[in-house]
Design a protein around this ligand. Structure first.
Ligand SMILES: *Cc1c(COP(=O)(O)O)cnc(C)c1O
Length: 453
């Protein structure tokens, strides 16, 4: 399998090279040159375990890796999940299901991709005798999942910046209590935007970037998307056969990585009736799917912070398919959007996507109602997926985080504080972090003293 850039000038790499590059050299995102057809393989996949299915799916896309190596990486990536099913599909009522994606080490769905990417990075570095310093900024979930994915990996040090005092104490502990000596959480005296600006500045210093082989952890990496396709296929195979063809997958959405993965699995022949993009009050995608106009808004902090985005970084991949793989058109859309902050699609085809939105006022009520109606506790991101359950096809709600990551809001909504033994265990561990002013030079010096070379 070869990959092409959405902007048409990114070469024609195979899987491992596309993963190493992250962003394509022309500024676009890598997509498969053609989609494999998995529908014929479906009958042979019925009873596979999660790692078995993951291997069978990914080998179609990563055919430049020896199969034994891929199998080993996949097994290692899902061994730290606390449910034997890895992604259990729970039945809530007739034709309503919840796919639990929070059984990984940091209790959010990002573990599915970042555990795999951590192992894959280590593998690629060992093959090329190189080392890498991963640098990123986080407002919460991505940082902890990336750190956990890289824990103790050979040849990789990871530096994650976050705004001091502005992420939840549990989220900070997930990053700062790992005990691993290749992990460096950096609390910046400033905002998330300050942290992000420092990361951008250091990536923009090409000499520094090359010298320290800086690596990114953002959600545009091809390997992240492909690893996320697998749990859709797994869920589909757990549904009764008669329900698979019409099932709608409802996905709490921010950067559009998760729901795009499901849609790509469908494009490859997974049976599905549709995909619902569930947003919070930051609803740029809801407005797009209702009106065909993609127009940037202001980010409002919400109860579902991992969905608080302005511009969905993976959306460019959908635009590429929407515009019939015409990369000149993609470049035109992206350039105009960057300049003017909006784009109107003529004859917009939603291509099997629908959308819903939920503002903060309804999130707490929804958490309470879902507990009353179905006896399960959901987190505020997952709550957004319950905005609209109309229609009589089967529905699969993707539960993207464990409720115990948001104890205060959930206790307020339901009267019961959710707990997770993994998070409780963090409370007694020592916090190891470095606090710094919001100043790129300080971060640069820190990497120069602690970076791997
Ligand atoms: C990251 C995240 C999302 C948004 O996922 P995207 O792939 O960015 O659309 C939703 N819920 C939780 C809990 C997350 O951590």
């Amino acid at each position: 399998m070869r990959y092409v850039s959405t902007r048409g000038k990114g070469g024609n790499p195979r899987f491992l090279e596309a993963v190493s590059e992250g962003l394509a050299p022309d500024g676009g995102l890598f997509v498969p040159e053609s989609m494999p057809d998995i529908s014929k393989l479906y009958p042979t996949w019925e009873n596979l375990s999660y790692p078995e299915l993951c291997f069978e799916f990914l080998r179609l896309f990563a055919d430049d890796m020896p199969e034994a190596d891929l199998k080993k990486l996949v097994a290692a990536s899902y061994k730290n999940f606390d449910d034997a099913q890895i992604a259990p599909l729970r039945k809530l009522s007739d034709k309503l299901y919840m796919l639990e994606l929070f059984h990984g080490p940091t209790l959010a769905f990002k573990d599915f991709a970042l555990q795999f990417l951590g192992n894959l990075n280590e593998y690629i570095l060992s093959k090329t005798s190189r080392v890498m310093n991963v640098l990123g900024a986080t407002s919460g979930d991505t940082g902890s999942a990336a750190i956990n994915g890289m824990l103790g990996k050979r040849g990789v040090n990871i530096f994650i910046l976050y705004p001091e005092g502005r992420i939840s104490p549990l989220q900070e502990r997930q990053m700062a209590c790992t005990g691993a000596d290749n992990v460096f959480p950096i609390a910046i005296r400033g905002t998330f935007d300050d942290a992000q600006a420092i990361v951008k500045e250091l990536f923009g210093d090409l000499e520094f970037k090359a010298k320290w082989n800086l690596g990114a952890v953002n959600s545009i990496n091809l390997a992240r998307i492909l690893a996320q396709c697998v749990y859709y296929v797994y869920a589909s195979l757990r549904l009764p056969k008669s329900e698979r063809e019409n099932a709608t997958y409802i996905v709490p959405t921010g950067n559009f990585g998760n729901v795009l993965a499901g849609w790509l699995a469908w494009k490859s022949g997974m049976p599905a009736g549709g995909f619902k993009v569930a947003t919070n009050q930051n609803d740029i995608l809801f407005r797009l799917f209702s009106t065909g106009v993609y127009k940037i808004g202001k980010v409002e902090p919400s109860y579902a912070p991992s969905m608080d985005i302005q511009v969905a970084s993976n959306f460019e991949r959908f635009i590429y398919f929407l515009l019939d793989r015409n990369s000149d058109s993609v470049r035109n859309v992206m350039e105009t959007f960057k300049k003017t902050g909006s784009w109107k699609f003529e004859n917009f085809k939603a291509e099997n996507f629908t959308s819903s939105r939920m503002d903060d006022a309804r999130i707490a009520d929804t958490i309470a109602k879902v507990r009353r109606d179905y006896g399960v506790t959901i987190d505020p991101h997952t709550a957004c997926a319950f905005a609209d359950l109309s229609g009589d096809s089967s529905k699969v709600v993707l539960a993207t985080a464990h409720p115990a990551k948001f104890p205060e809001l959930i206790e307020k909504a339901t009267g019961v504080k959710p707990v997770s033994p993994a998070l409780e265990a963090l409370l007694s561990r020592k916090i190891e972090k470095t606090v710094m002013d919001a100043d790129a030079q300080s971060v640069r010096s820190f990497i120069e003293s602690r970076g791997i070379k």
